[in-house]
Design a protein around this ligand. Sequence first.
Ligand code: HEC
Length: 157
Amino acid sequence: MRNNFLRFYFFGVLTVVVVGALVAGGLYVAEMIEYPRQVPIPASTANLTAGARTYVADCSLCHGLAQRPLSNAARSVYPAPPQFFSHTDQLATGLLYFRIHKGLFLTAMPGFGASLSDNQIWQLALLLKNAGNLPPQAQSVLQSAPVSAVPTPGPQS
Ligand code: HEC
């Protein structure tokens, strides 16, 4: 009786681990095969500044802004969103586009393919790719983001 329980438990856990690893591995491989290699728009001041505007509206809640604390929402999800604009992103621009478009399975990262245009998503990918080297126009959009993007003080602040 007890042995049977242990056996079921063992094979149950094993199945969950194996299926989970297969799904995660499959998604990763699909992403590496599918993401676009060509970037269709230039990293111009106009595109980076438009990307900054979309970022403030749709992304800063979770991914923050330079030199500001992450929002309470961002600090409350697991895995935590990376805080952008503290470094230049190492991912290929096409891979950034792909992740913003599709989202990340089983995380808080939403897919924006249905709510933003392709052009807007490319502008965001270029913005993140060039985060360390933005023109002043794009920087000023990020720096003058409304105060609502800053968290209210909570027990941990
Ligand atoms: C509701 C919260 C939330 C919002 C809104 C959000 N993200 Fe995310 N994002 C996340 C989380 C959480 C992760 C990390 C997932 C992980 O660690 O696997 C993430 C990961 C990413 C990644 C992958 C980073 C990497 O190194 O793999 C990119 C790129 C990204 N987000 C861009 C954006 C952009 C651009 C927007 C706005 C259009 C946005 N996100 C809006 C929560 C969010």
